[in-house]
Design a protein around this ligand. Structure first.
Ligand SMILES: [Zn+2]
Ligand SMILES: [Zn+2]
Length: 340
């Protein structure tokens, strides 16, 4: 099978690779689409993402496809089934798993991060991470089940109540998904802070009520000029210490700040505990991967409530996949799907 192989930091090749041998409880998937995530870019640059990796590796953890073959003990799937994958494989037996904190599993593995994933024509995964998708959900949209699930876990922790004002920093694919989830959580006003004009335009179409260009506008002044008294939740979707500090700065008293973007390791941010946390009684939180929300993500996407057509900006054949990692122009795009 053809695959995009990460052989070393900064070094990718499209090559023919041997597919892992199918075990009794595994499913062979013919990959239809696999999304490129910030984690893949971190791995490409030799940085640790949400988990540890060993090279060579076929990255890609946001994928969907059709079942080609099943192991002898697989009961719930058969060839031809349309499926998506929760890339995280938890043991179910460790202390954390037994407390229901599966995202902190001591023995966690992840397809596309610690095991071969979906930047490939085919992929073998354990049946317990495979999910059926309904006919109303296209295979392309089903590739976004994982990032939407990560956003759902974040939104669950963002304390948004109907009528609240939410600010979202960064309108990349994650920011645009968060924007829509904030809308369905009942946010009355959604402020989007984003320097790229095309992304602000899409944010407007998807329901942002206020748009701020941080390069030409003073963000705090723009918020007060709009007569917004309270920013109740701020969601940082960039992964940059400067925008994380900005998130804390623009959060109103009693607000929740969700630091969702992934920074490079060892990044530091500064916070004034007295002025910015204590006096504001601020809740600063984060969310780690997508524990137990995959089925909710599938149901939400199948309902058609989340617009993904403006979130997905590019479909790149596997043969051309290297340029997505090396050409900086792709940084400014939305969600990019690799099509094997
Ligand atoms: Zn991802
Ligand atoms: Zn565990």
């Amino acid at each position: 099978m053809k695959a995009l192989l990460l052989t070393d930091a900064g070094s990718l090749e499209v090559t023919s690779a041997q597919c892992k041998e199918l075990q009794v409880d595994e499913v062979l998937i013919d990959v239809a689409a696999c999304g490129v995530c910030g984690t893949d870019l971190h791995l490409f640059h030799g940085e640790e993402g949400a988990g540890k990796s060993t090279l060579p590796l076929i990255m890609g953890h946001e994928f969907s496809g059709t079942v080609l073959k099943t192991g002898s003990e697989v009961k719930d799937f058969k060839p031809g089934d349309r499926v998506t994958v929760d890339p995280n494989l938890m043991c179910g037996e460790c202390h954390q798993c037994r407390r229901g904190k599966v995202q902190f599993c001591d023995h966690a593995e992840a397809y596309g991060v610690s095991m071969d994933g979906g930047f490939s024509e085919q992929c073998v995964v354990r049946q317990k991470v495979v999910y059926h998708i309904p006919n109303t959900l296209s295979l392309e949209h089903a590739a976004l089940v994982e990032p939407v699930a990560c956003c759902l876990h974040g939104i669950d922790r963002a304390n948004i109540k109907p009528g609240d004002t939410v600010a979202i920093i960064g309108a990349g694919s994650i920011g645009l998904i968060m924007l829509q989830l904030a809308k369905y959580s009942g946010a009355a006003r959604i402020i989007v802070i984003e320097p790229v004009p095309e992304k602000r335009k899409v944010a407007r179409e998807l329901g942002a009520s206020h748009l701020i260009d941080p390069l030409s506008q003073d963000v705090k002044k723009a918020i007060s000029d709009a007569e917004i008294v309270s920013v109740d939740t701020v969601i940082e979707c960039v992964g940059n210490p400067a925008t994380m500090e900005q998130a804390v700065d623009i959060a109103s008293r009693g607000a929740t700040v969700l630091l969702f973007g992934l920074t490079p390791p060892n990044s530091l941010m500064s916070i004034k505990p007295l002025e910015e946390v204590f006096r504001k009684e601020l809740i600063i939180t984060s969310s780690f991967i997508n524990p137990l929300v995959t089925q909710r993500s599938i149901d939400l996407l199948a309902s058609g409530k989340i617009n993904l057509d403006t979130v997905i900006t590019d479909r790149v054949p596997l043969d051309d996949a290297i340029k997505v990692f090396t050409d900086d122009g792709y940084r400014k795009r939305g969600k990019i799907l690799i099509i094997p």
